[in-house]
Design a protein around this ligand. Structure first.
Ligand SMILES: C[S@@+](CC[C@H](N)C(=O)[O-])C[C@H]1O[C@@H](n2cnc3c(N)ncnc32)[C@H](O)[C@@H]1O
Length: 194
């Protein structure tokens, strides 16, 4: 099993596919166990690495995960089969902005386009159970969000940094949620619905 996980990590690194950092995954899987999370909606599957890690950590967990890139989606289908997790991980191949779900989840994990987090949050908020939690990855964006001088960044990077900062303000000012920002992996935001 560990070898198969390592294979996923190697594939992602070799092919330039961004997957969760190791300590982020450890935190996330412990979080699921500690808070008795039984259902997760993930926005941003890539090759299925985080969905597989979550499902392996909690034996009765159900995950629905959305990916818009066909090559990555097909790789995720293959990987989920390899781990025999087809009955607990549902893959949706589509742009998340075209996906409408009626199910409600204990946890919604936002790990897709970093500049779109406010829109993802607002789109899927109705799918969060009362007292549920959003977790958002890449709040540090490789340390660039904390960087005061943005003048040396490319325009596109500067744009993403600005959007992540806007998302931080959005979470801080959102009175329906209590958000904690933690410096694990690439920075996580944990937003509990009050
Ligand atoms: C950081 S990767 C996900 C990594 C994965 N959660 C893991 O840790 O194994 C982000 C993924 O989100 C996908 N993505 C970005 N915007 C999306 C959207 N609007 N709808 C669906 N997928 C999207 C990208 O194609 C990319 O594969």
């Amino acid at each position: 099993m560990e070898e198969d996980i390592k294979e996923l990590e190697d594939y992602a690194h070799l092919n330039g596919i961004p997957i969760m950092e190791k300590d982020g995954i450890i935190y996330l899987t412990n979080f699921l166990k500690k808070n008795s999370i039984k259902s997760v909606l993930e926005v941003g599957t890539a090759i299925g690495y985080s969905a597989i890690q979550m499902a392996l950590a909690v034996p009765d967990l159900k995950v629905v995960t959305i990916e818009r890139d066909e090559e990555r989606y097909l790789e995720a289908v293959k990987n989920i089969k390899k781990f025999h997790l087809e009955d607990r991980i549902t893959l949706i191949f589509n742009d998340a902005f075209n996906v409408s779900l009626s199910d409600k989840f204990d946890l919604i994990f936002l790990d897709a386009a970093k500049a779109q987090n406010i829109r993802f949050f607002e789109r899927f908020e109705k799918n969060l159970k009362p007292k549920g939690v959003f977790i958002t990855d890449n709040m540090h964006f490789h340390g660039l969000v904390q960087e005061e001088d943005t003048s040396k960044m490319s325009r596109s990077v500067r744009g993403i940094v600005r959007k992540i900062r806007e998302y931080i303000t959005f979470l801080e000012e959102n009175e329906d949620y209590k958000t904690e920002f933690i410096s694990i992996g690439d920075g996580l935001a944990i937003s509990w619905k009050k």
